[in-house]
Design a protein around this ligand. Structure first.
Ligand code: CA
Length: 438
């Protein structure tokens, strides 16, 4: 379990002026990512305010020793997989040393200043080479809302409260924030249509999720006990599981999501480490009276005590017309991440419970996180009740699903009494027209 130490001290300030009061990246955060500047190779970095600390340069600077040096060396290449494979010890050593180097009054400031790059000059990449991506379905209000659209009297299927439901997604189409969202062409069939047709999909949606980045993995055939599950998690990001609802409705039976989900997944490019979010761990909400007790392999008292997160999530939409008129994004939803029926540890343990091999840099999505009430739903499918109730925007435009030119933004903010709030940075995408059909 990650513990609170001097790196979380709310009084701690950085000599990097933009870090103090930064909405996402104050010195208490120090998230891990991969960046490049024009003409340079990609390498690991740590966000601090509007700057990035170059980990390849730091590793070569002579300012590190021991585990921290090992960690920075492992983060010097174009992916963080080698660093993630080291697990929590070296990651924590690097965090503590970097925190000291960036703190106000650090004697090493003149040397460290030379290792900073402006975020504005950098391109951010995926933090890891993702071999496997799995998407869960732990947002119980989302599962209930979607279930109701199909089965008003019986929204949750009988397995939901016994099994963290998931499916294997597509790793090759995960991209960092800002990647264009190219409207896919797809095969759809309206319920009243005689036959299916192929063309630009009409019901383009988003899904507000968290991404879970795996640290050291397990060997094939070796499960991960729930008490050790979080030792295998490096940290979190935001994740948008772009979805083609009209394709989904036609293709999903009997084997589940396929082309409706695999055309793009967007993540915020910084991994907010398990160490950074130690002050924001809260108790998993108790299961409602009458819900089944999970099987022993999924149950751990410590995980129930602090396996959820004090994290507020928000979604904004900005159309091309709104941006032209200089209008701010319209908030589509806002709600807490505690609307997850299963914890991250339960997801990891269940995934590996049959001996499935997990690897450093593997990505897990939580599933859409929705609240129970209007204003807190994490997809347009829920907000518009499957397209029946349009959202009106400040320009007078309306939306049931996303149109070309729309920009969708996810954001998240960890909040706890006595702690400096931290966030993920942006997770955005602008919708582009579908490719012309041959
Ligand atoms: Ca999803």
């Amino acid at each position: 379990m990650a513990t609170i130490d001097e790196t979380h001290d709310a009084a701690l300030r950085s000599w990097v002026a933009s870090a103090n009061g930064h909405v996402d990246f104050p010195i208490q955060n120090l998230p891990l990512g991969v960046f490049s500047r024009a003409g340079e190779a990609a390498r690991g970095g740590i966000a601090i305010g509007e700057m990035i600390l170059d980990l390849a340069a730091l590793a070569a600077s002579g300012l590190l020793a021991g585990d921290a040096l090992e960690a920075a060396r492992a983060a010097s290449g174009e992916t963080l997989n080698p660093l993630l494979a080291l697990g929590a010890g070296p990651r924590r050593a690097l965090r503590r040393r970097v925190s000291a180097l960036l703190a106000e009054g650090a004697a090493e400031r003149p040397q460290v200043e030379l290792l900073l790059a402006a975020m504005a000059d950098a391109t951010l990449h995926l933090p890891a080479r993702i071999a496997d991506y799995t998407d869960f379905y732990v947002g119980i209000h989302h599962a209930t809302n979607i279930g109701k659209l199909f089965r008003p009297d019986n929204p949750l299927l009988p397995n939901y409260k016994h099994v963290p439901i998931g499916y294997h997604g597509r790793a090759s189409t995960v991209r960092a924030s800002g990647a264009p969202v190219i409207r896919p062409n797809g095969q759809t069939k309206a319920p009243d249509a005689q036959a299916p047709s192929f063309g630009p999909i009409a019901r383009l949606d988003y899904e507000l999720e968290l991404g879970v980045w795996m640290a050291q993995g397990n060997r094939l055939g070796q499960p991960i006990p729930i008490g050790e599950a979080l030792d295998h998690v490096a940290g979190l990001s935001l994740l948008n599981d772009w979805s083609a609802r009209d394709v989904q409705a036609w293709e999903y039976q009997p084997l589940g999501p396929f082309l409706a989900k695999n055309f793009l997944t967007t993540v915020s490019p910084w991994i907010v480490t398990m160490e950074a979010l130690a002050p924001f761990r809260i108790a998993q909400p108790p299961r409602p009276e009458g819900d089944p007790q999970p099987l022993p392999y999924l149950w751990n008292e410590a995980d129930q005590r602090e396996g959820a997160l004090s994290l507020d999530l928000e979604v904004g939409l900005s159309t091309a017309q709104m941006r032209k008129e200089g209008l701010a994004a319209r908030r589509l939803s806002q709600g807490p991440a505690s609307n997850m029926y299963w914890t991250i540890a339960q997801m990891v343990t269940h995934h590996a419970s049959n001996g499935c091999e997990m690897n450093p840099g593997d990505l897990l999505g939580t599933g859409t996180i929705s609240g129970p009430e209007d204003g807190s739903q994490g997809s347009l499918m829920e907000i518009t009740r499957a397209g029946r109730e349009a959202v009106t925007l400040p320009t007078g435009e309306t939306r049931t699903f996303l149109q070309d030119g729309d920009e969708l933004m996810l954001s998240g903010r960890f909040v706890a009494a006595g702690a400096v709030s931290i966030g993920f940075g942006p997770c955005t995408g602008v919708v582009q027209a579908a490719p012309a059909l041959a």
